[in-house]
Design a protein around this ligand. Structure first.
Ligand code: HOZ
Length: 429
């Protein structure tokens, strides 16, 4: 059995100087209890902790490690670039190179601006949509998470749910009143909101495949309907592709699901796992952005050379190896299909949602299509499940309100080992 002694000591020490001992709440394991593991390193499909344990990784740094950890080409590119300096606050040719690379992969977008995180990308995209339309309100969906900017912490998913503050203190009533909340997959409700506010809605921001209430798929016609409503009312449709971008397809959810957005946002995936974010749109919208237009947005670390190098290398690898996508889909489908008979055999209520290499398991017999249905999952079963898998060397998202993200370094042997752990763990639930 795994020992977590050193992680436990490090966690205690961390709590003295870092609130909750972590720099992002989900990592504290509050949703599942126990002590978070502290890592020494990661390589390929595996995570290695301070106690010498190895885990098969199913979160891929929450998405970006599509090719596995410490890919030799990405590491080499970062090492070489570091020798040339790590931050300038002055433009480089690299930024144009990665912009061209990303825009060639992503449909319908003319220009892109690089920032430092998905939070920044979504926050800036909304500001730009407001500047472009001259309107204040946005529509967001309960259980969707777009980073921790004030406007999004209204019924937010991910760690905000787990920690009981989907509406965070510190967000002013003024800010909250400009965010109109809707139910994921409820198109009729969105139509009613537009009818009641025909001239006021700047944008809809949506995760085209939600990954912050577990994995929740859009029902047929939902995204298409949002597209039509935005067209009819002159609003901007923002796809938050922080999790789906470059993962579900080279062109993300837009390509995979065949729905056009007006703007897209990205996070760490566009930096190959380094701290990067970006937002893209057609030129008409981007021309409202400073220094061309009046909507301000800036940052010294934006376009950082190390991050741009890592991102460019990874995007090039994905473009050169389109078979990565088939491989990821096949592996995830295998896992999904093999989990089903084990769950059926045990007679546990369950729902598995999956698209491409995103998947989640909820312990409920109600289909999980929105936040309320996701919240029906049995959290005691989830806790037992999480820890059962952890002690058998499989690292899953430490909350039911997160998605699995497979990486392509995971082998058939790893999948079979995972299923063995799964089968044993189910006996404990
Ligand atoms: N909120 C992130 C996943 N949806 C987790 C961030 C982290 O802890 O790294």
């Amino acid at each position: 059995m795994m020992q977590y002694q050193r992680s436990s000591t490090l966690f205690t020490e961390a709590k003295q100087v870092i609130p909750g001992g972590v720099n992002s709440p989900v990592r504290a394991f509050n949703a599942v209890g126990g002590t978070p593991i502290f890592l020494t390193h990661a390589k390929g499909a595996y995570l290695f902790d301070e106690d010498g344990n190895r885990y098969i990784d199913f979160i891929a740094s929450w998405g970006p490690m599509i090719l596995g950890h410490a890919h030799p080409k990405v590491v080499e590119a970062i090492q070489k670039r570091a020798e040339k300096g790590t931050s300038y606050g002055i433009p480089t040719a690299l930024e144009t190179q990665i912009a061209k690379q990303a825009l060639a992969m992503v449909p319908h977008m003319d220009q892109i601006r690089f920032v430092n995180s998905g939070t920044e990308a979504c926050m800036s995209a909304v500001r730009l949509a407001r500047g472009f339309t001259g309107r204040d309100k946005i529509i967001k969906f309960a259980g969707c998470y777009h980073g921790h900017a004030d406007a999004f912490l209204i019924q937010a998913g991910s760690g905000a749910v787990t920690f009981g503050s989907p509406n965070s203190p510190g967000v002013t009533a003024g800010t909250a009143q400009d965010t109109i909340l809707a139910t994921y997959n409820n198109l009729e409700q969105v139509a009613e909101i537009f009818a009641a506010n025909p001239e006021e809605i700047a944008a809809i921001i949506v995760e085209p495949v939600a990954g912050n209430m577990g994995c929740v798929l859009p029902k047929e016609g939902f995204l298409e309907g949002l597209r039509s409503l935005c067209d009819a009312y002159g609003s901007v449709l923002i796809f938050d592709e922080v999790m789906t971008g470059f993962r579900l397809a080279p062109g993300g959810a837009q390509e995979r699901l065949g729905v056009r957005a007006d703007m897209v946002t990205y996070g760490k995936v566009i930096g190959g796992g380094l701290p990067v974010g970006a937002f893209a749109a057609r030129k008409e919208i981007m021309s409202f952005l400073a220094p061309v237009g009046p909507v301000y947005q800036a940052g010294t670390l934006s376009g950082n050379p190390l991050a741009m190098t890592a991102g460019l290398t990874m995007l090039q690898l994905l473009q050169e190896h389109p078979e990565t996508y088939t491989s990821l889909d096949t592996k995830t489908a295998y896992l999904h299909n093999e989990m089903i008979p084990l769950l059926e055999q045990k007679g546990i209520p369950y729902q598995i949602n999956r698209l491409g290499s995103m998947l989640s398991l909820h312990f409920t017999d109600t289909p999980v299509v929105d936040f309320d249905s996701a919240a029906k999952g049995n959290n005691d079963s989830f806790k037992t499940y999480f820890h059962g898998m952890l002690k058998r060397g499989v690292y899953l998202p430490p909350s039911a309100f997160e998605s699995y993200f497979l990486n392509d370094a995971i082998s058939q042997k790893d999948l079979d080992k995972t299923l063995e752990a799964f089968s044993e763990t189910l006996q404990e639930i």
